[in-house]
Structures are given as C-alpha cells and as structure tokens.
Design a protein around this ligand. Structure first.
Ligand SMILES: Cc1cc2nc3c(=O)[nH]c(=O)nc-3n(C[C@H](O)[C@H](O)[C@H](O)COP(=O)(O)OP(=O)(O)OC[C@H]3O[C@@H](n4cnc5c(N)ncnc54)[C@H](O)[C@@H]3O)c2cc1C
Ligand SMILES: NC(=O)c1ccc[n+]([C@@H]2O[C@H](COP(=O)([O-])OP(=O)(O)OC[C@H]3O[C@@H](n4cnc5c(N)ncnc54)[C@H](OP(=O)(O)O)[C@@H]3O)[C@@H](O)[C@H]2O)c1
Length: 458
C-alpha cells in the first residue's frame, strides 16, 4: 500500500494514546486512502499506558486492545526503537510523507524552583513512576526506600499513584506487572509514612474521586486527613454554594471520612496535608535530604474562578528522608518544530502547528499532551486527536501537504542500520512477557532493557 501513488502517507511520531486515536481516525477514511507509519523511540508501543498507568490499575491497560485493532488496519506500520531527532529528522519526514503528526507527550517533570530540590533523595514522581513501570531509560535509577518518612509534593492523581504504590504490600504488588527490579526493592522498603502535600485546600485537590476512595481500601495501609485541614475557607465555601459541584462535594465527603485515620494499626500510613507549600529542602548529615520547610498558605481569589495559594508567613519543618515532587509533567522540544518552553507544548491552532507569527507550518500537526499540556485521562486524547486528524484531512483535500519524493521509510532506516521493531515484533515481545507472567501468576513480566528486547527478537 505504501507505494500506491494515490495513497497519502502520514508519519505519526509517538505511539501513546494520542498517536493511536489519530491513526484510527485517519485509517478509517477510504478517500483518499491513507497509510500511517507510527514511530516511537521505545521498542514498545502505548506510551504512558505502559510506562505511566500504575501497575495495580490493570483494567485501565485493557485500552491497548483498542489500539491493537488500529494496528491491524491495512496501511498501519509500527517502527519502534526509532527516535525523532536522532534516527529521523523533519527533512526525512518531508521526503517520505505527506504529513506528520507529533504525539510525543510530556516526557519530563515540572520543577518547583526551590532551594535543595536537586539534593540526593529528592526525585521527581516522573522518574519513580517510570522506574516502577520498567521504562528502559529509568530502570537503573536508585531510590532509598530505607527512609521511614516520605513526602510527596502535589495532590494530583500521579501523587496518589506514588503514595499508593509505596503503601502496597509485596503480596499486592506481586499480582501486578510492576517491573521486577521495583518489586524486589519495594519488598525491602522500610517506608512507614507517606505525607502528601497540597498547596491549596481540599476543595481544590486535583485527584479524582475513584483515586481518593481507593486510598481507603489498601490491605495494610491507613489514610488520614487532619480535621483542621478539612475546614473550608470562606472562598471555597462561597464557590461551592454558588456552583454546587457533585464530584468535589463527594471528594470532600470521602476525605472527611479519613479524618482521624482509617486504619491506625496498619504498617503504613498515608497522611494528606493541605494549604502547605515547600519552600526549601534541607540536607542532613549524610548529604541527602533530611527535612523541608513548609509555608502555610491561605486561599485568595486569583485569575478567573481559580483560588490561589497565598503565603501566610508562618512556616513549619517536616522531617523526611525521601521526597517525590509530583507537580506535573512538561513537554520536550522537538528538533526544528516551534515550542513554547513556558507551557511545554508545541504552539498550534486546533492541532495545526503554528509559527511565532501565527502562520501554519504546512504538513505539521500535534495531538495529545504535546498539543494541550499534561492534563487529562487516556480518553481525553481521543476527541483531541480527532480534532487534529480532521484538520489533517481537510488540508489533504486542499493539497496543503509535503510532496514526498523518497522511497519507503523502512528501506531508509535499514540503509542507516537502524534496528527498528515492527508491530509483529512487539507482539512476540508481548507474548513472551505474558508467558513469563503466567508462570508467576502475574499479567506480564516486563522487559526493561532495550537490548534484552532486541536480543529476544534475535
Ligand atoms: C503516571 C501517570 C499515570 C496515569 N494513569 C492514568 C490512568 O490510570 N488512567 C487514565 O485514563 N490516564 C492516566 N494517565 C494519563 C494518560 O496516560 C495520558 O493522558 C496519555 O498517556 C497522554 O497521551 P499522549 O499520547 O499524549 O502521550 P504519551 O502516552 O506520553 O505517549 C507519547 C509517546 O511518544 C514517544 N516519544 C516521545 N518522544 C519521542 C521522540 N522524540 N521520537 C519518537 N517517539 C517519542 C514516547 O516514547 C511515548 O511512547 C496517567 C498519566 C501519568 C503521567
Ligand atoms: N487514575 C487516573 O485516572 C490518572 C492517574 C494519573 C494521572 N492521571 C492524569 O494525568 C494528568 C497529570 O496528572 P498529575 O498528577 O501529574 O498533574 P495534576 O493533576 O495537574 O496535579 C498536579 C498537582 O501538583 C500541584 N502543583 C503544581 N505546581 C505546584 C507547586 N509549584 N507547588 C506545589 N504544588 C504544585 C497542583 O496543585 P494546584 O492544583 O494548586 O496547581 C496539583 O495538586 C492529570 O490529568 C491526571 O488526572 C490520571
């Protein structure tokens, strides 16, 4: 199909949800016939569904079956282990394709910008999550789980994932597809207390209802919220009275139920604190983080309807030997593609990439987290990807595209000696992982090194 002159060839860079949802929409069209080559820097597809979604959230990962259906469509090819920017460039793309769609996600963490942030034992949640999920770039990181108290900065769903994984028993984790190296080290964990810290109040907590409820149902861990933290300030109360919001009210009810603790006898305790911002991390005698200074906040009306955290001037010290900063992800600039460093996204107009002067870059599109920033669940990427794919189809119809001249990209990659992984290859790896998992009563045992994956494929 790739050589048929009527076929419009599209490169999708990034095999996460946004990549697959766009590929599905494009491949469903018959006029013009479309071929999609999907690239990922990892040999494995699915982006954060494999490397982000928590191991104990097995059911969520079933969405990969939907992506597999897309991969079965005529005209779809996968090129894993191919990095845009290193192995292929925008010039390669222009020579081989009519259009390119970037769905490279948000690959790094946002920083806090406070003193001591870079101390040993202060990590981003991004690193920890990628480590326990077996992302090859992170598998050799080390986390000192001999520390008894851990602070998690931020109260979003990623912070909840981190806290929950630290609270789970080895037996709970052993049933999941958590990476073997993480399972071994978490089994030796001496962590007893996890303090999650929100800079605003309970009514502004970013975690969602199922996630906060789940913290109350762990085998050998309790959860608690301080009664004084649950007293709503006048602005939050006024907002909820003016615009009743069922989900926020429900979340507040659930947290109210955590006041005093759910299971004080449990081996591990998760404590959620509100209206506190870390302003400095401090070194202890061994050179690693040993404590942090927290500023107490109050809420004041900010931009639009947002209530902002304003420092009161009162501070407190929290001793903690390990810190995970979970204050959001951040996109990474792509070679020769415009980028907004402050937002960590590629500037775009409904997915069409725009230059500084607002003009469209012909043939270049974005979808998912690199388009709109690091928010939203897997499903949020579907309408987002369809919006971009619809623009792509309109542009193809009007002739706004590259005019490719070169041969098949597979030949170009082979000529360059790039050891790419096809979707059939991935299916072999997938079968090996699930087979190994079956033997241990686990969903899969993940490959965590690229070299091991390539060796397994011979
Ligand atoms: C820790 C965590 C847990 C989450 N858990 C859930 C959950 O339980 N349920 C839920 O609904 N949502 C969850 N989400 C949200 C969901 O994962 C995201 O909405 C979604 O993955 C974003 O999709 P994306 O395709 O934009 O990016 P990603 O999923 O990040 O995919 C981007 C892909 O691009 C590839 N890539 C990057 N740079 C390059 C390059 N230069 N060349 C080639 N390839 C490249 C990456 O390897 C990756 O495969 C979670 C998010 C995080 C961070
Ligand atoms: N189970 C799931 O469905 C699941 C699991 C994981 C992730 N996700 C999704 O993935 C997306 C990303 O999740 P996320 O948790 O990384 O991001 P998030 O939902 O945006 O939460 C970020 C948290 O960090 C806080 N924060 C930001 N800057 C801060 C600072 N300077 N100091 C202190 N706190 C700061 C935010 O507080 P403010 O509110 O005050 O800004 C918020 O509590 C979300 O849409 C999430 O729902 C879903």
């Amino acid at each position: 199909m790739a050589n048929d002159a009527t076929v419009r060839r599209i490169a999708v860079i990034g095999a996460g949800p946004a990549g697959f949802y766009a590929a599905e929409h494009l491949l469903k069209q018959s006029e013009p016939p479309i071929a999609v080559d999907m690239f990922d820097r990892l040999p494995t597809p699915y982006g954060l569904v494999r490397a982000g979604v928590a191991p104990d959230h097995e059911k969520i990962k079933n969405v990969t079956r939907v992506f597999d259906k897309t991969a079965e469509r005529e005209g779809f090819r996968f090129f894993g282990n191919v990095d845009f920017g290193t192995d292929i460039t925008i010039d390669d793309v222009k020579q081989h394709y009519h259009q390119v769609y970037f769905s490279t996600g948000a690959q790094v963490d946002r920083s806090l910008g406070i003193e001591g942030e870079e101390l040993p034992r202060s990590h981003s949640a991004t690193e920890f999550v990628a480590w326990y999920n077996g992302h090859p770039d992170f598998r050799d990181l080390e986390f000192d789980l001999s520390q008894e108290r851990v602070a998690v900065i931020g109260v979003g769903n990623v912070a909840v994932d981190v806290a929950r994984i630290l609270c789970r028993t080895t037996e709970e984790l052993r049933k999941t597809d958590i990476a073997d190296h993480a399972l071994e080290q978490l089994a030796e964990s001496r962590v007893r207390e996890i303090v999650m810290i929100g800079r605003r109040g309970p009514a502004q907590a970013a975690f969602t209802l199922p996630e906060i409820k789940e913290l109350g149902h762990m085998e050998d861990a309790g959860i608690s919220v301080m009664g004084k933290d649950m007293e709503l300030d006048e602005h939050s109360r006024a907002q909820l009275e003016k615009n009743p919001d069922r989900l926020t009210t429900k979340k507040l009810e659930v947290m109210q139920g955590y006041v005093g603790g759910t299971n004080p006898q449990a081996s591990r305790q998760c404590i959620i604190r509100f209206l506190l911002s870390p302003i400095a991390l401090h070194m202890t005698d061994d050179g690693g983080v040993g404590s942090m200074t927290l500023m107490e906040n109050r809420l004041e009306p900010g931009r639009g309807s947002r209530l902002s955290a304003v420092p009161t001037g009162n501070t407190m010290t929290l001793s903690c030997g390990l810190v995970f900063r979970s204050v959001g992800y951040h996109g990474v600039a792509l070679s020769d593609i415009p980028f907004r460093e402050d937002w960590g996204t590629v500037p775009n107009d409904r997915g069409r990439v725009t230059r500084d002067d607002g003009s469209h870059m012909v043939g270049v599109y974005v979808g998912g987290w690199i388009k709109r920033g690091p928010t939203g669940i897997i499903g949020t990427n579907k309408p987002d990807a369809i919006e971009t794919a619809t623009c792509m189809l309109e542009d193809l119809a009007s002739g706004a595209s590259f005019t490719p001249s070169a041969d098949d990209m597979a030949k170009t990659l082979r000529k360059r000696g790039i050891d790419f992984v096809t979707f059939d290859d991935w299916k072999i790896l997938d079968a090996l992982e699930t087979e190994n998992g079956l033997a241990q009563g686990r969903p899969r045992v993940k490959f965590t090194r690229v070299q091991d994956m390539l060796s397994a494929l011979g």
